[in-house]
Design a protein around this ligand. Structure first.
Ligand SMILES: [Zn+2]
Length: 422
């Protein structure tokens, strides 16, 4: 007989180093003696707009089948000891949380499904996690202000109730003696792995910007991460990469690149620190501001919102610069301080005509003042109205996205959209 247990862990890393996924990778090894891991370890990205997040706002869940019921306490102690040993307690924003789900019921499943989705889309209070833990008698361990209980419970909730859409990431970790020094990865092998497995893997190389993007530059334990649609695809790419020694690797199932964070609604429903899909009409021509950011305004039903393509989105800004008042668009991104940070855009229709002053004697006629029509400076002819002329647009309708180097963890790349999906 097997004894199931779900472990959720969150908020053990800091901006300076460490990584919740590395802690999970070490833990997976230490827990082997007590049982087996069901399915894949889960890597869950929570709301990317949370102020208190340390880095990628990642939480982890492991589904275990224990061999013996008497190991339950040993497993809990092993997990707590690993967090105490590896979490960065000195960082004020690192507030680890651990939950252990040992039994389930239908009411708990439906409550947790909602709670988990809210942790990705909404802003939760620590007390909401605590209330849920008490209500269902879920055992837990919270450190410091216990904020990590939110993500720990959310990740465990997804392990219990399942992910409607998911991808895989194979994360390879570095030997400890190399943490903090530059990564030794053979560039040509990465390019070869990418071209052999794309589009079943993605975001390994940013071709437009000629950058390898699957390896971080921070001093953390991650060597690189390969994202893809299947275990076989990420394994195939991994097998081709030549690099410094890999200390260990884990294949996670994850909500990365699924757009799970996006709420499909209207502009007048928007709140800060959430992410949305919004439809509207461009109501102000794009402007470029200091720092190379490009801003457009879109309106719908009397409500309006400014949308920004920030400088790091590189070539994506050229698409935004080409929009004009009257174009219909659907925008995808996070809202902060009343402004949307664009992740994707779908151009639904483009203005194809414009009103211009009539041409006479080979030149544009001049306005004679408001309501006075237009006059030709050469021959003196007068015309009442402007004329509709076709407009050259150097852009097509359809989807455009930020390049891989600027992609957020949760954003779904266009390569994952089926042909006719909208
Ligand atoms: Zn004329």
């Amino acid at each position: 007989m097997n004894y199931p247990m779900i472990i959720g862990i969150d908020d053990t890393d800091s901006k300076e180093g460490m990584c919740t996924t590395y802690l999970a990778a070490v833990l997976i090894e230490r827990l082997k003696i007590y049982g087996t891991i069901r399915d894949y370890p889960l890597l869950i990205r929570l709301n990317p707009n949370i102020k208190y997040k340390t880095r990628g706002n990642a939480a982890i869940a492991l589904s275990l089948e224990l061999n013996r019921i008497k190991d339950v306490q040993n497993v809990k102690q092993t997990v707590i000891a690993a967090v105490e040993e590896m979490a960065v307690f000195s960082d004020e924003n690192t507030n680890p949380g651990i939950v252990f789900i040992e039994r389930e019921c239908n009411e708990m499943k439906s409550d947790l499904a909602l709670f988990s989705l809210r942790a990705v889309r909404d802003v939760l209070k620590i007390s909401e996690a605590e209330n849920m833990l008490v209500k269902y008698g879920i055992s837990k361990r919270g450190f410091k202000n216990k904020r990590g209980l939110i993500g720990a419970l959310a990740a465990a909730g997804f392990a219990l109730t399942g992910l409607s859409d998911f991808t895989y990431e194979l994360i390879a970790y570095r030997e400890k003696k190399r943490w903090g020094i530059s990564r030794d990865i053979d560039r040509n092998s990465v390019l070869a792995a990418d071209s052999a497995t794309f589009p079943d893997t993605w975001d390994t190389v940013d071709h437009e910007n000629e950058r390898i993007v699957f390896a971080p530059h921070s001093p953390d334990p991650i060597l690189f991460g390969i994202r893809g649609n299947s275990e076989s695809a990420v394994r195939a790419a991994f097998s081709m990469i030549k690099s410094e020694p890999v200390e260990r690797y884990v294949i996670y199932k994850t909500n990365q690149n699924t757009d799970m964070h996006l709420i499909d609604t209207r502009i007048d429903e928007v709140a800060n620190d959430r992410s949305y899909i919004l439809k509207g009409k461009v109501s102000k021509d794009p402007i470029s501001i200091e720092g190379g950011h490009v801003i457009i305004k879109i309106s719908d039903n009397g409500a309006a919102i400014e949308c920004v393509a920030f400088e790091p989105t590189k070539g994506f800004r050229n698409v935004i610069r080409k929009l004009m008042i009257g174009d219909n668009v659907t925008v995808y991104g996070s809202v902060k301080d009343g402004t949307m940070n664009l992740e994707k855009i779908r151009i639904d229709s483009l203005i194809q005509k414009e009103l211009r002053n009539p041409i006479c004697c080979g030149k544009r006629m001049k306005s004679r003042g408001k309501g006075q029509g237009f006059g030709c400076p050469k021959c003196g002819a007068i015309r009442k109205e402007q004329e509709i002329e076709p407009l050259e647009r150097n852009i097509q309708t359809g989807f455009y996205e930020v390049p891989p180097c600027a992609r957020r963890h949760l954003a779904k790349p266009l390569v994952r959209f089926r042909c006719h999906e909208t």
